[in-house]
Design a protein around this ligand. Sequence first.
Ligand SMILES: [Zn+2]
Length: 304
Amino acid sequence: MKLVGLDIGGTKIEAKVLDSDGQELFVHRVATPKNYPDFLDCVVDLITYVESKVGNFARIGCGLPGAVSPVTGLMQNANSTFLIGQDVVGDLKQRLGKDVRIANDANCFALSEAVDGAGAGSEIVFGVILGTGCGGGVVINQQVLTGANAISGEWGHNPLPGFELEKDGETGPCYCGRSHCIEQYLSGTGFAQQYNRKYGKDLKAQQIIELAQQGDSQAKAAFDLYVDQLARSLAAVTNILDPHTIVFGGGFSNVDSLYPDVSEVIGKYIFAAEPRVQIRKAKYGDSSGVRGAAWLVRKQNSKL
Ligand SMILES: [Zn+2]
């Protein structure tokens, strides 16, 4: 059986076809249009093109930043703003004459890693994106957990657990309207802002990490604090969800020392004598979004 997934990003739309073993059979990318009618035309053309190459599909899976409101059925929080307030699923179903399943990109990431990535074989997987933002998705028995508000796994706007002003530092207001959000410390942007505020510098996250690896004491202290904040934040999730595997994606997932460091520190904060949670790097990296979108249309995911 062949599965097709679309990853709808701010600048490009990628279509990928997988076989049922996860082998990639075909991939094609186009630029993301700037308005909604062009977007619908573009997806129809893209699917027509893919089908001309690999055969027809009854269902397509779509991953995109944002979520479908469980109340209205309309798109909310999308970073391609022309999608907000639109019935994307309904319109695509009508235009394509196919079943369309949609999930946000963090959920697609988590599903991809749970099905045949770093969390394969684990019953409960928490997929975490530590990048420009701080997204997350929960997958249980290879099914995305959506939730009553379609926000399951969105840990980035919880307050930082164990927050102490002196230790963790001030953040200023978050765009969500709160302050001291996890994302304000653990995203790449947040990490750099905290460091720059504390030491009067103007560096990017990647530069600070490189300094820490070279032994710079301020950068190393900032990274150690980051590890502690990440461990606290993941422990709070673990005490509720108790995932077997936590998978990291995004820019910070490439920092290899994060895995042993967080695995060591997290034990202090988890309510279990011998925590068994595995913390792993994403297997598919940037491809996980589109792979997860394709996995959405498996028969096993018929409830999505
Ligand atoms: Zn926030």
